[in-house]
Design a protein around this ligand. Structure first.
Ligand SMILES: Cc1cc2nc3c(=O)[nH]c(=O)nc-3n(C[C@H](O)[C@H](O)[C@H](O)COP(=O)(O)OP(=O)(O)OC[C@H]3O[C@@H](n4cnc5c(N)ncnc54)[C@H](O)[C@@H]3O)c2cc1C
Length: 434
């Protein structure tokens, strides 16, 4: 696929903006039922992957992303198909529409939105899979909301508690409200008063990790070295105390990457710690959507995209690509609707914005992609099961903070627990009218 990726897609500046938007990937469940006419165009094609980072074997994805960034614009390329209508698909559609492409987003689900979709119960309560936190560094999402005139939907920054079976072990303060200190001094100092059982000696055993954090992605060789060992191995070698690992590092990995240190590459774990906790003092600060993300954010965003000519089609599962061997180009995709009918969507640019398992299925059903080294490699990627459930309690249970991280209750499994009464305006209203 290297050659296909070299097809002209966009220049470096445009790609940077696309990449930023893709990183803020968004979703919706409001799809407009357009009739799709079969179109034929003969411009050149490009293909891009917008995927999920994955804890193990993450190196292949990084290398792939790097090649994609070298793709340049074809001034003739004007039609784009985005496969997947989750956050990534929305981000791609948004950026491509701004670049002047005529964009069609196809999603397999009748109510797209992917992992962030939502619905209402018979009683009118908004529900979605889990609740999604928006961290301090999600700047592109915050500016996007302003751009598409979404009423600010978020809570203030919240404190979080980390629970073990013995109770609260530590709380995370709101770091951006505190005087800024050099990284990671601020994180270390300001969290110190909140540790209940972890001694300073235990906490100081994390210091040798600073070297690993500074160097792990300096170049591909170093990254590969860290990718070849597990996070648990790295922590052991660095001398991190068992208690610090169990009560602090392990819970953070379980909630950021959904897997314990024994199952994560050290490189993936360092990446998560750097991005979510340590790069800047305020990186662990988080806020929450006061209602359903689908209703509060994606509905108005979709309206904006529609008004700019972007169309979104649900019930369209992409099963293959149209590959022209002679020109070595992808010129479109084939999608199947609920009745099994297949439709060809021609495109100058195809963006895959689906998860790992979905991409594995597409590659398996597409001889053109399966024969390519870059896509064949995706079958090596593993995924993690996540269960989200909503409990309606018959009495109030006091919780110190609205967001809580639980670890140590089950081996290799962690959990988060949210007090929606405190976070979601719509839930509060539903309850107060009872
Ligand atoms: C319980 C839970 C809690 C989470 N908490 C947070 C959080 O606090 N903060 C945070 O930032 N992130 C969180 N996440 C992660 C976040 O929800 C995801 O990273 C994000 O939703 C992924 O969006 P996406 O567009 O990349 O993929 P997806 O949401 O998976 O979207 C992919 C879309 O592709 C479609 N599709 C699949 N196959 C095909 C096909 N063949 N043809 C056409 N369409 C197809 C699917 O229907 C889907 O709509 C959480 C996830 C879960 C499950």
């Amino acid at each position: 696929m290297a050659e296909l990726l070299q097809q002209r897609f966009c220049n470096a500046g445009e790609w940077t903006s696309l990449r930023q938007q893709c990183a803020c990937s968004l979703s919706s469940r409001w799809f407009h039922p357009f009739n799709v006419a079969l179109k034929r165009r003969s411009q050149s094609s490009g293909i891009l992957g917008v995927g999920h980072s994955q804890p193990r074997q993450s190196f292949e994805l990084r290398a792939y992303a790097k090649r994609v960034s070298e793709v340049e614009v074809d001034k003739q390329a004007r039609t784009a198909v985005v496969v997947g209508g989750g956050w990534a698909g929305f981000g791609a559609a948004h950026a491509l529409t701004k670049l002047g492409f005529s964009v069609t987003v196809l999603d397999a689900s009748p109510s797209p939105g992917g992992l962030s979709t939502g619905f209402r119960t018979a009683q009118g309560r908004p529900v979605e899979a889990g609740i999604k936190g928006f961290w301090w560094q999600y700047h592109n999402i915050y500016s996007l909301l302003k751009e598409v005139n979404v009423v600010w939907p978020f809570t203030d920054w919240t404190m979080s508690s980390f629970y073990s079976p013995e109770g609260i072990q530590v709380e995370a303060p709101v770091f951006n409200e505190l005087p800024r200190l050099p990284t990671p001094l601020g994180s270390f100092l300001y969290t110190s008063p909140y540790f209940r059982n972890l001694s300073v000696v235990d906490r100081l055993t994390a210091l040798p990790l600073i070297q690993a954090l500074l160097e792990f992605d300096a170049d591909e060789e170093t990254y590969a070295k860290y990718d070849a060992m597990t996070a648990r191995e790295l922590f052991r070698k660095a001398g991190v105390s068992a208690k610090l690992y169990r009560d602090f590092l392990q819970p953070i990995l379980l909630v950021t990457l959904f897997a314990p240190g024994e199952q994560l590459s050290a490189a993936a774990a360092l990446g998560a710690l750097y991005y979510y906790v340590l790069a800047h003092q305020a990186d662990f600060d988080v806020c929450w959507c006061k209602g359903s993300v689908a209703e509060a954010i994606f509905k108005p965003w979709l309206d904006t995209l529609n008004s700019q000519g972007c169309r979104m089609l649900g019930n369209n599962r992409v099963v293959d690509v149209i590959y022209e061997e002679e020109s070595n180009k992808i010129t479109g995709i084939i999608a199947m609707d609920g009745s099994g009918e297949r439709t060809v969507y021609e495109a100058d640019v195809v963006v895959f914005a689906v998860g790992v398992q979905a991409m594995q299925r597409i590659v398996a059903s597409s001889p053109a992609l399966a024969g390519r080294e870059e896509f064949a490699g995706i079958s090596n990627l593993g995924t993690v099961d996540v269960l989200a459930t909503r409990l309606w309690l018959d009495r109030r249970v006091p919780l110190k903070n609205p967001s809580n991280v639980l670890a140590g209750f089950e081996p290799t499994t962690g959990a988060t627990l949210f007090n929606l009464n405190a976070l979601q305006v719509l839930i509060k209203l539903t309850i107060s009218t009872k």
